[in-house]
Design a protein around this ligand. Structure first.
Ligand SMILES: NC(=O)c1ccc[n+]([C@@H]2O[C@H](COP(=O)([O-])OP(=O)(O)OC[C@H]3O[C@@H](n4cnc5c(N)ncnc54)[C@H](OP(=O)(O)O)[C@@H]3O)[C@@H](O)[C@H]2O)c1
Length: 297
């Protein structure tokens, strides 16, 4: 039986990828910093995976020595370990670049067959964003390392659209720009299939751009979230220059928050439409979130 290390297994995508590897007969080692998180469902309906994981390896990318031997006895490394929310005094460079680099060095030492990494779609147009640069600096290390690899480049995840849902729940949405840029977001389960296919394939395809089956403008996405909640859409558009100014000011007192904001501001300016795959529909995701929201009240 082949063994996979899933780094970032407690996150939105990581849980689906761990489940997909398990369903295809792999033994799954989950690399996490807080093992207890695996026992409960995530905030965007991503499943609890404590019962399907074979081994848990506890490590933290900010303490790179703790990642040593994570790959011992492993055939495939999959990493979606990354900084997606601001953490005090932690940068994307430390987690997305140097944390993954430490994993790669360990994987090379232990003779891993293939390394699958999640970066972002359209990265070449966003290299001035810290988190994207950190992803791509790691991709450069991966390519130079001699390790067989695949880089999966997804559009926005359904979990990101979950942020729109949270704002719609408050009854009012502030949206940067005119909201007419388009995206085809992808569900974690659909993306997980692409990731595990990349691990199992011979290795011709090294760069895999992927999005979900439906393309929407941001306005359509938010309207759908309001409708799932049975609320009348109330969206206030904010000029892009206001977002730029807020980002500039935030950069002085909270670099972590500015890093996350900078990704959001940049994405609001671009179409992010990648080759479509999958069967999960955003409207169903919003309905499921609304149903969960209703039972919590
Ligand atoms: N969300 C999107 O729309 C999107 C789109 C394209 C690409 N991506 C990329 O895909 C990857 C996964 O995204 P996601 O939405 O699944 O993110 P997520 O839910 O935030 O999961 C990130 C994972 O990384 C782990 N992590 C963070 N800091 C760590 C540290 N210091 N040491 C060890 N592990 C750490 C998290 O652990 P904890 O659970 O302990 O925090 C979690 O398991 C990220 O690299 C992201 O940039 C995301």
């Amino acid at each position: 039986m082949k063994k996979v290390l899933v780094a970032g297994a407690s996150g939105y995508l990581g849980r689906y990828v761990a489940s997909e590897f398990k369903a295809r007969g792999f033994s799954v080692r989950a690399l996490v910093r807080t093992p207890e998180k695996l026992a409960s469902e995530g905030p965007n309906l991503e499943p609890a995976i404590a019962d399907i994981v074979d081994e848990v390896f506890t490590g933290d990318a900010t303490d790179r020595a703790s990642l040593k031997n994570a790959s011992r006895g492993v055939d495939i490394v999959f990493s979606c370990m990354g900084l997606t929310k601001p953490q005090d005094n932690v940068t994307s460079e430390e987690i997305d670049h140097l944390g993954n680099k430490a994993l790669l060095e360990d994987a090379l030492l232990h003779g891993v067959e293939k390394f699958i990494y999640i970066s972002v779609y359209n990265a070449e147009n966003m290299l001035d964003v810290d988190v994207v640069k950190a992803h791509e600096d790691f991709v450069a290390d991966l390519k130079a390392s001699g390790m067989p690899y695949a880089v999966v480049r997804p559009t926005g995840f359904f979990s990101d659209m979950g942020m729109f849902f949270s704002m719609a729940r408050s009854g009012h949405m502030f949206m940067l720009g005119d909201g007419e840029n388009r995206v085809n977001p992808i569900h974690g389960a659909d993306l997980a299939k692409v990731c595990v296919d990349a691990a199992e394939k011979g290795g011709d395809e090294k760069e895999i751009g992927v999005g979900g089956p439906d393309t929407f403008t941001f306005n359509e996405t938010v309207t759908m979230a309001f409708e799932a909640l049975g609320k009348k859409p109330w969206i206030t558009h904010i000029p892009m220059w206001v977002g730029d100014a807020a980002l500039f000011v935030t950069g002085f007192f909270n670099k972590g928050l500015a890093g996350v904001m900078s990704f959001a501001v940049t994405v609001s300016r671009l179409d992010t439409v990648a080759p479509a795959t999958g069967t999960h529909r955003l409207v169903d995701f919003f309905r499921d979130l609304a149903a969960k929201n209703a039972t919590k009240r």
